[in-house]
Ligand binder design. Structure first.
Ligand code: PMP
Length: 395
């Protein structure tokens, strides 16, 4: 009771209708609340807990690092073993052109860094983003986010930002010799789970190369096997100049990163030195957690897990009222025929112990992003309940 009143009275709110579950603990795919209920987390804390909650390997790494040291110095000055070891492991998974990583604390901070790096490297300040793209809520990331309803209250934002249709023809002519960078999600998340077309993405890459613009992939939501490969760009066979990461990266600890080439990153080192710094970026506990997370992901067959989740979900969700199931791997969206139905289904499922949600830019799409560790029976049971709740409203 006390926590509830403090939450509603003292914690700044982001809407007038928070879900308000009071968390006791979380483990695997489940969250347990103080009223004795158990919920299946079918959105993974929004694409974070891909390994489930409190994965033992992550917890062990965190405990070990907590007993060694916490923060010791701002980013980039001292050699810290968890940071160096994780950077090496991450870069080993990436193409040669993505050989250096800058650690930050969140997704939006990764995008901020990427935009600044592109400006500094190219000496240009024009950006091209995409309608319904989402890149975070700080000013730079919001400037390249393609939804006016979220931008308008904060205008003026960065000047010289232009938006094109995702997968549309109008993108290529917008990318020119003045463009510092193009920023996009290979699969738009908050915009409604919309995969990029492979040919289109290749054409964007080619156009960037022609005019000397950098290509930034925001893989904050798509990264770490969520879509079936370690990173979505690998399936598309289109390599970005800057890759932005966060969310599932550190198994539930806060962390983000932007990865690029050594050559591009040299522009951060001078004119003036220390022109982009962060106090907590690459926190040793987050890096230790990230190392454990990536090691676990690489040791087990997570690509096939994401593929199985997609296959089972697509096969099983068949209630009347479902317009479409789209996405890749375990980053799926279920489009329903109306916003009322969507609201009812999300609410009904929550009452029956399944946490679902919307994406930010769509009110008819139910987000389906279960932890990648979910077992087949539990997945089938949850999908059965979701089907039933939809049917109860449509038949
Ligand atoms: N980019 C994408 C694609 C995201 O999905 C998100 C978070 N939903 C962000 C950026 C922002 O990340 P954060 O909330 O960690 O700042």
């Amino acid at each position: 009771m006390k926590n509830k009143s403090s939450f509603y009275r003292h914690v700044a709110q982001t809407s007038d209708a928070p879900m308000g579950l009071e968390v006791e603990r979380a483990e695997g795919p489940f969250i347990y609340t103080t009223d004795g209920k158990r919920y299946l987390d079918f959105i993974s804390g929004i694409a974070v807990s891909s390994l489930g909650h409190c994965h033992p390997r992550v917890i062990e790494a965190v405990k070990k690092q907590v007993n060694r040291h916490l923060h010791v110095m701002v980013y980039g000055e001292f050699i810290q073993e968890p940071q160096a070891a994780y950077a090496e492991l991450l870069n080993a998974q990436l193409p040669d052109s993505l050989d250096r990583v800058y650690f930050v604390n969140s997704g939006t901070e990764a995008n901020e860094g990427a935009l600044k790096l592109a400006k500094k490297h190219t000496g240009r300040h024009k950006f091209v983003g995409f309608r319904h793209g989402y890149h975070g809520d700080t000013h730079g990331s919001l400037s390249v986010t393609g939804r006016d309803v979220y931008r308008d209250p904060y205008l003026p934002l960065l000047p010289d930002v232009y938006f094109a249709d995702f997968n549309g023809e109008d993108a290529l002519p917008l990318i020119d010799e003045q463009t510092a960078a193009v920023i996009l999600e290979p699969i738009q998340g908050e915009g409604g789970i919309i995969p990029a077309d492979k040919k289109w993405l290749k054409a964007v890459r080619q156009r960037c190369d022609e005019v000397g613009a950098l290509l930034i992939f925001d893989e904050i939501q798509t990264g770490f096997y969520r879509t079936g490969s370690l990173f979505a760009f690998q399936k598309y066979q289109v390599v970005p100049d800057i890759l932005c990461l966060a969310k599932a990266m550190a198994g539930g600890m806060p962390m983000g990163a932007f990865v690029s080439s050594s050559e591009i990153f040299t522009s951060f080192m001078h004119d003036p030195p220390l022109n982009h710094v962060t106090t907590f970026g690459g926190h040793p506990v987050s890096c230790a957690a990230a190392h454990a997370t990536l090691s676990e992901l690489l040791d087990k067959d997570f690509a096939s897990r994401a593929a199985t989740i997609e296959e089972v979900t697509r096969n099983q969700l068949n209630a009347e009222g479902i317009v479409e199931v789209r996405g890749r791997g375990a980053m799926l969206g279920m489009e329903l025929e109306s916003s009322e139905l969507t609201q009812h289904v999300v609410k009904d499922c929550l009452e029956r112990g399944i946490i679902l949600g919307w994406t930010l830019h769509s009110n008819t799409l139910v987000r389906l992003a279960p932890p990648l560790i979910i077992d087949k029976d539990l997945l089938a049971e949850a999908l059965g309940i979701i089907n039933k709740r939809i049917r109860s409203r449509t038949e």
